[in-house]
Design a binder for this molecule. Structure first.
Ligand code: ADP
Ligand code: MG
Length: 402
């Protein structure tokens, strides 16, 4: 059983380390999508209302184990202050004398954000001993841990795993809410059950296909990984994202899907551009003819085509359970956002459960103007929710279980 906040006892004047996932997109010092910050508010309110001293831990980006100002959490602390309507203190270190003084200065019901965990080598180190050492330093800063960074529970990192073993630790309200929805997707999902995959982290996501195939009725493939599928079918893909070393593996997925009777739906057309840019020239070509288009072998596939969007939308909106992770194209460029918009639109029409997972996917639906209420749930975790659906054990959750 997951240990939850209800079991944490009296919190007045306690120093509560709150692990959040505030890995949000930034444009300079402006948070461009604050969904993950808003998702943490219920837990923060609960803690401050109980008179706890809230010390927030998070990572942002991949700063490589040392300070790098472009990944500072300062803009996040500012945004959090605005959302909470109360001042939020910020320490320019995660651990060390300045961080400790900031903690000492905290009063009951106040909030402090410590600088990016990943400015410290120990946080994401491959060496267990380094992670344990960093977790011990973090443990000094608080009396207990509330773990609420759902987006990182699949990572065995110091603040997610070793710290939770070192001090009393409990799951926060966001993790509880996320698990409630994901349980509905894994325990007898109402069928047809459709999973839509896209995005850019091709090798991360190709692996999940193998474990999802036996569980789903339909699997729709868009985004960067679609080109490895096209290559597996013998097509040339120009300069599109491609993982040549995965082509054989992908062939075996295609075979497995047909053995299992799973509908594996691949794009029939693609939007191909002459360069990776917002104002690139572009055209729609058949998925099998990418290099036969205007840009020849220089063409880059940046979105699924309109016919594919129609097919995907039909497949999605006629399903009873849908999980979607990963944009269908480079939605950050208006011209290449149509596939992602079509899929999002179709999810809003599902009569049943529709779940969007992943930082960029969540940001995409918001930036395309969809209301959060149009979906059953927008998960704050991409990788974490996929691994949960695959049935993997997630270290950051295991460690919160009795
Ligand atoms: P999430 O955060 O939702 O899990 P990912 O991080 O895997 O999603 O992928 C998001 C990124 O995928 C977006 O920045 C988008 O531009 C990129 N992407 C989608 N399709 C393509 C493509 N065809 N080529 C290159 N990048 C793509
Ligand atoms: Mg992402």
């Amino acid at each position: 059983m997951l240990r939850t906040l209800n079991q944490a006892g009296e919190l007045r004047d306690k120093r509560v380390l709150l692990r959040c996932d505030f890995n949000v997109p930034l444009d300079g010092e402006v948070v461009t999508d604050d969904g993950r910050i808003r998702a943490a508010l219920p837990t923060i309110h609960r803690l401050t209302n109980q008179g706890a001293k809230v010390i927030i831990l998070s990572h942002l980006g991949r700063p490589d184990g040392k300070p790098d100002q472009k990944y500072s959490l300062k803009p996040v602390a500012n945004r959090l202050g605005e959302l909470l309507g109360q001042p939020v203190a910020f320490a320019t270190q995660t651990v060390g004398s300045e961080a400790s003084s900031a903690v000492q200065a905290l009063e009951a019901g106040s909030v402090l954000v410590l600088e990016n965990l990943r400015f410290n080598q120990g946080e994401a180190s491959k060496e267990t001993s380094e992670r344990i050492e960093f977790a011990a330093q973090l443990a000094q800063m608080g009396d207990l841990l509330v773990s609420d960074g759902f987006g990182v529970v699949h990572r065995k990192q110091a603040s997610v795993y070793e710290l939770a073993k070192t001090v009393s630790s409990y799951a926060g309200l966001l993790i509880q809410a996320e698990l409630e929805v994901l349980d509905q997707l894994t325990e007898n999902p109402v069928r047809p059950y459709t999973v839509v995959l896209g995005g850019s982290k091709v090798s991360d996501k190709l692996g999940v296909i193998d474990s999802l195939l036996p569980k789903v009725d339909r699997l729709l493939i868009g985004g960067g990984m679609l080109f490895t599928f096209l290559a597996a079918q013998g097509h040339r893909v120009g300069k599109s994202l491609l993982e040549s070393d995965q082509i054989e593996t992908v062939r075996s997925y295609i075979a497995k899907a047909s053995e299992l009777g799973v509908e594996l739906v691949l794009p029939v057309d693609v939007v191909v551009a002459n360069e990776f840019a917002a104002d690139a020239e572009h055209e729609v070509v058949a998925a099998s003819e990418i290099e036969g288009g205007r840009f020849g072998s220089d063409g880059i596939g940046l979105d699924i085509g309109p016919e594919t969007s129609r097919v995907f939308a039909e497949s999605i909106s006629s399903s009873k359970t849908v999980f979607w992770n990963g944009p269908m194209g480079v939605f950050e460029f208006e011209k290449f956002s149509n596939g992602t918009r079509a899929v999002a639109e179709a999810l809003t029409k599902v009569s049943g459960i529709s779940v969007v997972g992943g930082g960029d996917s969540a940001a995409a639906v918001r930036s395309l103007g969809f209301s959060e209420n149009s979906f059953s749930h927008i998960s704050t975790g991409g990788g974490a929710s996929l691994e949960f659906l695959e049935g993997k054990s997630l270290p950051g959750l295991e460690v919160l279980n009795d």
